[in-house]
Design a protein around this ligand. Structure first.
Ligand code: GLY
Length: 370
């Protein structure tokens, strides 16, 4: 049983299928999208070792040969070097525009593969098969592709929509609990930014989602994808409402920059604490009431995610350094800071004119060094 959620982008519209066992159906589902009975499958060593044989067999059933392009796991692969390597290997496979590339992995593989597909021979179609919760509910949907540079994450990239996304919930069985929690931060994000009823459902059912209870997991992923699809269809290039998907991300990116974008603080964990901070900051500015901010924080904490600076290795952070990272954020316009703030649970908005001094004071009140 799977659900199809359409991302309504006119002639570039595509489906995100959410369900158990989609990997086994990958050949049948991808076959109509390709012409020559082959697809390059970009994956990382970990995912390929766990699930590569299943995907290869499923593609073979439909007469599609999987041409593996296996990259090292980890954020460092999302670099100019990683892009050059993948591009060169796609060229060596003599892929042409009638072929299709399949991204099979988490956010790193999806972002890198999507960008390689966007520029390979000026653009080739690609399919996303996300294997982490974070990639299933966020990064595989919506066409943002990118690599990192030494100046920051996701600074070089392109919008390139996939032709199909297969979110097979059964692959989440092998995801470690920490990665599962990190992805769950993005699930809570959808409730907090725009759907109070979903947030309340997560308050009651979050533990079941994290335990991978099938019906809870399926609802959480499908509702998240549905919300993302709706926002992307309305604002593909992030001219307006799509920015709401960055709830918690301005704080998160600054903390990730300070902790080295690594195992000390995973992106989803940074988003967890970032959303708790965004709600408390909103409460401090009198935009939302303290009760909603408290509830947001408790729901995030209940899933085992950090919600305060003191929860993060590397604390105490320096308030001025954190604000300096925020000012470099690609979303900062004309020196003012952009934040996604909240009026209530399920009601976030884009605030473009946030005073850096107020942010700094808030961070000091949260325990950062003055
Ligand atoms: N992850 C945020 C977005 O896709 O816009």
């Amino acid at each position: 049983m799977s659900r199809a959620i359409s991302v309504g982008l006119g002639e570039r519209a595509y489906d995100v299928l959410v369900g158990e066992g989609l990997l086994e159906q990958a050949g049948r589902l991808i076959a109509p999208l390709q012409k020559r009975g082959r697809t390059a499958v970009v994956s990382d060593e970990t995912v390929w070792a766990l699930h590569g044989p299943r995907l290869t067999a499923a593609l073979a059933v439909a007469g599609i040969e999987a041409l593996p392009v296996i990259v090292p796991p980890g954020e460092q692969t999302k670099s100019f070097e990683g892009l050059a390597d993948v591009s060169d290997r796609l060229l060596a496979l003599e892929l042409d525009r009638g072929d299709i590339v399949t991204a099979f992995g988490g956010g790193v593989v999806g972002d890198l593969t999507g960008f390689a597909a966007a520029i390979y021979k000026r653009g080739i179609d690609f399919v996303q098969i996300p294997t982490t919760l974070l990639a299933q509910v966020d990064s595989s949907v919506g066409g943002k592709t990118a690599i990192d540079t030494p100046r920051g994450k996701n600074l070089v990239g392109a919008f390139h929509q996939p032709r199909l996304v297969l979110a097979d919930l059964s692959v989440l069985a092998t995801l470690d609990d920490r990665e599962m929690r990190a992805g769950y931060a993005e699930v809570i994000k959808y409730g907090l930014l725009g759907d109070r009823a979903f947030f309340e459902w997560l308050e009651a059912n979050g533990a079941a989602v994290l335990a991978r209870e099938p019906s809870a997991l399926s609802h959480a992923v499908a509702r998240s994808v549905e919300m993302k699809a709706e926002i992307v269809a309305e604002d593909e290039k992030e001219q307006g409402r799509r920015a709401l998907l960055n709830l918690g991300h301005t704080f998160a990116h600054a903390l990730e920059a300070e902790t080295g974008y690594g195992a000390a603080l995973l992106h989803g964990e940074a988003v967890g604490v970032g959303m708790a901070l965004a709600f408390r900051f909103s409460a401090g500015l009198g935009l939302t009431d303290g009760q909603d901010a408290g509830r947001a924080g408790r729901a995030i904490a209940a899933s085992g995610l950090p919600t305060t600076l003191a929860d993060i290795p590397g604390h105490p952070f320096d308030a001025a350094r954190l604000v300096a990272h925020m000012a470099q954020d690609k979303k900062a316009e004309a020196g003012r800071l952009t934040f996604i703030l909240a009026r209530a649970l399920g009601d976030a908005f884009v605030a473009k004119d946030v005073d850096a001094g107020a942010v700094r004071q808030f961070l000091v009140a949260e325990g950062a060094a003055a």
